[in-house]
Every structure is written in structure tokens, then in C-alpha cells.
Ligand binder design. Structure first.
Ligand code: HEC
Length: 246
């Protein structure tokens, strides 16, 4: 009986998990892993804007280079600022103990972030910071309330404020729900350009979460190509054999 109840609760788990996100609609990241230029831009954003705090310790620079068409010299001039070698993994220069002290939570390694949170969550998260004077960093986040990460992309995106609407309960009491975000000051990029930058970063995180994915797509196409050619030969062979039998 216990086992049946456990199984039932396990089945319901995603329903509860979903209920927690209720009301916050994730935007679609529209990641396209075949867009190498986007992945290259994402890599550059990642080293410039994220690696000050986060590492991607399972990813080697030269693996990124090989997958994204960058040679060692290009890696050294575009992606490596920490004095690392091309054979090193992408480790942040910030000592984890200091990070823990400054932000109260150590910035997590982002190698597998896209697998745990999903692309749409990351994409929406990066564009959902808003000004909140009550928070220590001066900002809060719609999909990650009370987050301790500062709004590191504010220079590009600009700053935003959150607008809430007031909902009335049947008993007359009220509560606030998030409605939408509004730009307060504009950044270096237009909203469209910022969305593209956000998509580039998200795509890069999806790629490092599963670098084999690029290869598997390649392999998949080759297998299909092989099957088509094989089919033609099989068909010709079949015709040849049946000709003799008739
Ligand atoms: C100044 C330091 C700093 C920088 C720079 C920074 N982050 Fe963070 N980030 C943090 C901290 C601290 C947390 C942990 C937040 C928490 O748990 O409250 C975090 C959390 C996150 C999370 C959520 C992790 C989770 O819990 O699933 C993601 C995703 C993320 N960062 C992505 C990025 C990306 C992408 C960039 C670059 C555009 C970036 N961060 C730049 C400090 C930083």
C-alpha cells in the first residue's frame, strides 16, 4: 500500500513543481545550436559578463574552440582573460570562499545549468531583473525572488521596474501579483538587441550542458544520408534480382 501511495505522490510531483511557478510565464529561448555565430557571441558574453563569478569547470577552452570553429590564437585573444591555457577548463578567477563571503551564496558552476533549469528559464531569468531598494544588491528577479546575483547585464539592458496588480479576495483582503516589467533607463542595446544577446548566452549554456549534442546532430544527418543512399542501392538490387526471377 505504502508503495502505491509513494508512486502516486511521485507522479504528482511535477504538478506541484509546476504550481510553484504559477503566474510567471517563461519566455521561449528559441535556441538554435546550428547557429555557430550565436554560440561564438554567447561564449564571448559568458567570459566577459559571467566568468567573473561563475565557472564552467567541466568545459575546456579548446573543446569550445574545436566545436565553435575558433583556433588556439583566437581562443587566446577572444575568450581567455584569466591567464589560463587553451587546455584548461573554464574556471572563474574568483576564489569560491570569497564569492561565498560577498554574495552569501557561492555562484554555482554553470556547466550543467541548462540541464537543471532548462533554456527558457535561463533566458527569462537573465532578462527579469528589476530594481528593488529592499534588496542588498538593489535588484530582485521575477523568476528567482530574493536572488543574490546582481543584475550584471544592466549596462546592456538598462534598468527595469516591476509593476504589480492588486487582486481582491472574496473576503475583501487584497494581495499583489506580478504584472509586467517596464524599462526605467535604457541600456546600450535596444530591447531587440538585448533579447538576441540573452539568446546567445542561453544558447552557449545549452551547448556546454551537452557539447555532444552538436556532434549527435551531425551524426544523425550522416546516418539519414547513409540510409537514403542505402535505400537506393537496395531498391536497384531488388529490381535486379526480381528481373531474373520473372
Ligand atoms: C557578480 C557575480 C556574478 C556574476 C558576474 C554573474 N552571476 Fe550568476 N549568480 C551569482 C550568484 C551569487 C548566484 C546565486 C544566486 C542565489 O542563489 O541567490 C548566481 C546565480 C545564477 C543562476 C541561477 C543558478 C541556479 O540557482 O539555478 C544563473 C542561471 C546565473 N547566475 C547565470 C549567470 C550568467 C549567465 C551570468 C553572465 C551573464 C552571470 N550569472 C553572472 C553571481 C554572479
Amino acid at each position: 500500500m505504502k508503495a502505491i501511495v509513494c508512486a502516486f505522490l511521485l507522479v504528482l510531483l511535477p504538478v506541484f513543481a509546476h504550481a510553484q511557478d504559477q503566474g510567471i510565464k517563461l519566455e521561449s529561448a528559441n535556441v538554435d545550436l546550428s547557429n555557430t555565430a550565436s554560440l561564438q557571441r554567447g561564449a564571448k558574453f559568458f567570459v566577459n559578463y559571467c566568468m567573473g563569478c561563475h565557472s564552467a569547470q567541466y568545459v575546456r577552452y579548446n573543446r569550445v574552440g574545436r566545436d565553435l570553429g575558433l583556433n588556439d590564437a583566437q581562443l587566446q585573444s577572444y575568450l581567455i582573460f584569466t591567464g589560463s591555457k587553451v587546455t584548461d577548463t573554464m574556471v572563474s578567477a574568483m576564489p569560491p570562499a570569497d564569492a561565498q563571503k560577498w554574495f552569501s551564496v557561492a555562484p554555482p558552476d554553470l556547466s550543467l545549468e541548462s540541464r537543471s533549469r532548462g533554456a527558457d528559464w535561463i533566458y527569462t531569468y537573465l532578462k527579469s531583473f528589476y530594481l528593488d531598494p529592499k534588496s542588498g544588491t538593489g535588484v530582485n528577479n521575477v523568476v528567482f525572488p530574493k536572488v543574490s546575483m546582481p543584475d550584471v547585464l544592466w549596462e546592456l539592458q538598462g534598468t527595469q521596474k516591476a509593476l504589480f496588480s492588486t487582486i481582491k479576495n472574496p473576503d475583501g483582503s487584497t494581495y499583489q501579483v506580478f504584472d509586467h516589467l517596464e524599462l526605467v533607463t535604457s541600456g546600450k542595446l535596444t530591447p531587440e538587441q538585448f533579447d538576441r544577446a540573452d539568446r546567445d548566452i542561453t544558447s552557449f549554456l545549452v551547448y556546454i550542458g551537452d557539447p555532444v549534442m552538436l556532434k549527435s546532430r551531425d551524426l544523425g544527418l550522416r546516418v539519414i544520408g547513409f540510409l537514403i543512399i542505402f535505400f537506393v542501392f537496395a531498391y536497384l538490387l531488388k529490381r535486379e534480382i526480381w528481373k531474373k526471377i520473372h
